[in-house]
Design a protein around this ligand. Structure first.
Ligand SMILES: C[S@@+](CC[C@H](N)C(=O)[O-])C[C@H]1O[C@@H](n2cnc3c(N)ncnc32)[C@H](O)[C@@H]1O
Ligand SMILES: [Zn+2]
Ligand SMILES: [Zn+2]
Length: 345
């Protein structure tokens, strides 16, 4: 096992893993400003409601930003992206706004209205993009934070197969979602070229399952066996769990979980975070303890195959297995039988 000699106590890892800029903010700061973040100001022009399926040649040339707050509608940003793609020969006059790709808003939050976007607040993920066009999108469109070329669903769908990574063509791929539950809100950062995309919806089915578990008090000690960026396990900590074990075999997911521990540190009542061991590769096998937090809740973060986790970690009353739809879980279910209760999400 790769045990570093001196545990790195309280190492500051609030640095963005993609661009090393100050992309990462504390959860309290993000949550406090979220209601204002996307609201139109009194001078904002009305929502243009462009036809997303209409051809480029029938769209307006450009949509102006607001004179007062300088922010843009999503249509204005997507139209600028489409124009640059047409200029680069990657789209033609018949292509639509929808053809640009999927807009990922940084910070994701369930909105009842369409957002007004400020600087560096949108990541585009799409097909038929290249580096030159992406660089120009980043340079010419103030709202663009990053451009990702999609090859499929990022991450590790099946243990033993090569994880899929999409290509970050320009800028930064780090964005956050505000995750809501009956117990409060958390901010969950995700490296979107390296881990899967999941939208933060109000009353998401898995959050409902988790809320029910927590309301019934079955979450005192929890294992989040396939934790991704840490959403479910950290929500259990917020709901009052005393011990949470988070585990994932894909290193970018574990690194996001560690970042999310720091980001939500105050909300979760964390006093100390240690980073005892270093990973052995991108895909983990034997469990490596990459993070250990103490405070209101004791939180262990492992990098490794869930089927091997309990060779090292102490089992818990509850084990959550949240795999991709259709992925196999039989082997990990057998390995997790040492926990009192197993919930397949
Ligand atoms: C659907 S995602 C988890 C999403 C996460 N629970 C959330 O709410 O954000 C499934 C995760 O399982 C991980 N995974 C797949 N097979 C694994 C295995 N054998 N051991 C550990 N992690 C695994 C993947 O890397 C991926 O992060
Ligand atoms: Zn960044
Ligand atoms: Zn405005």
């Amino acid at each position: 096992m790769a045990k570093s000699k001196i545990p790195q106590r309280d190492r500051q890892i609030m640095k963005c893993p993609a661009c090393e800029n100050s992309c990462v903010k504390n959860a309290e700061e993000i949550i406090a400003s979220i209601e204002q973040r996307y609201l139109a100001c009194q001078s904002c022009p009305p929502e243009p409601n462009l036809d997303k399926t209409g051809p480029f040649k029938e769209q307006p040339k450009r949509l102006e930003r607001c004179d007062s707050c300088q922010r843009a509608t999503l249509d204005a940003v997507m139209l600028d992206c489409l124009r640059i793609l047409v200029e680069h020969g990657l789209r033609d006059a018949r292509d639509t706004l929808r053809s640009v790709g999927m807009p990922l808003i940084e910070v994701g939050y369930p909105l009842a209205y369409s957002p007004r976007l400020g600087p560096r607040s949108l990541i585009i993920i799409g097909e038929r993009l290249n580096k030159d066009a992406a660089k120009e999108m980043l340079e010419q469109i103030p709202e663009i934070k990053g451009v990702i070329l999609s090859r499929g669903i990022a991450g590790m769908r099946e243990y033993g197969t090569k994880p899929l990574e999409n290509e970050l063509l320009a800028g930064c791929d780090l964005r956050a979602d505000i995750i809501q539950s009956l117990f409060g809100e958390l901010v969950i950062y995700k490296s979107q070229s390296r881990i899967h995309i999941e939208f933060s919806r109000q009353s998401a089915p898995k959050m409902k399952i988790l809320e029910q578990i927590c309301m019934q008090g079955r979450h005192r000690e929890v294992v989040d066996g396939l934790c991704g960026p840490g959403t479910l396990g950290l929500m259990c900590a917020l709901a009052g769990a005393k011990r949470v074990v988070l585990n994932d075999a894909w290193l970018p997911a574990v690194q996001n979980t560690l970042l999310n521990l720091e980001v939500n540190r105050q909300i979760l009542g964390i006093e100390v975070i240690e980073y005892p061991e270093t990973p052995l590769g991108a895909v983990g096998s034997e469990p490596v303890l990459m993070g250990h937090a103490r405070g209101a809740c004791e939180i262990e973060v492992y990098h490794g195959d869930l089927s091997k986790l309990f060779l090292r970690a102490r089992p818990a009353g509850l084990c959550l297995i949240d795999h991709f739809p259709g992925s196999k879980t039989a082997e990990m279910e057998r390995a997790c039988n040492c926990c009192k209760e197993l919930v397949i999400i």
